[in-house]
Ligand binder design. Sequence first.
Ligand code: PLP
Length: 230
Amino acid sequence: MIPDNLEWVKNRIKKAAEKSGRSPESIRLVAVSKTVSVEKIIEAREAGAELFGENRVQEALEKIDRLGQSGPEWHFIGHLQKNKVKQIVGRFSLIHSVDNAALAQVINEKSLTGNLITPVLLQVNVSGEASKFGMASQELESTLNALSTMSAIKVEGLMTIPPYAPDPEKSRGVFARLRELRDKMAQLDMEGIGLQELSMGMSNDFTVAIEEGATLVRVGSAIFGDRSTD
Ligand SMILES: *Cc1c(COP(=O)(O)O)cnc(C)c1O
């Protein structure tokens, strides 16, 4: 079932890319494996998933340890607290969910200590409602300014989670606004700030997100089935 689901998701990514005149290779699939067993992650990997996303520090680190050195690539996509940063720096190739400069400061310090550069995305609460995490759009410019002085942090783009809506078309405006925000910030050409990545779109709405410019789609239940606990 996982291989079929994965194939279905990849096909839809390809179709959505083609529909919007984009290359399918410009979109990376993050298989969101939160609450999913290591056995299923291995199954997905054997079926061709290369990149996995987790949202809880402890659970993620256990899986990363179990899959070991030759394991897949991991992204951290969940809400992150400052006191957990030490544990995750160096363990993920991208953190999607940096939502304030104070958190970034801690990531920068721990990265400097570990002699590492940590790639991050800034999470923006575009709609300004419902969604619990992410900075307000109006805070983005000053946050980017602050991060541009942090030498061990590499900003690569933006991430958003729209308010839950069963109809994916309802999220299109949020995705479009994140892209517009990115374009506006990119024009400022801030030192050390890259904004090439747009992490947006989940099982329910990833094709719409791709049409609006997503480069990373975070898809869980469409690959692994419904989560009993979340
Ligand atoms: C759980 C989760 C996803 C995946 O959600 P699905 O609806 O299962 O695809 C994507 N992004 C984040 C931040 C999540 O926590």
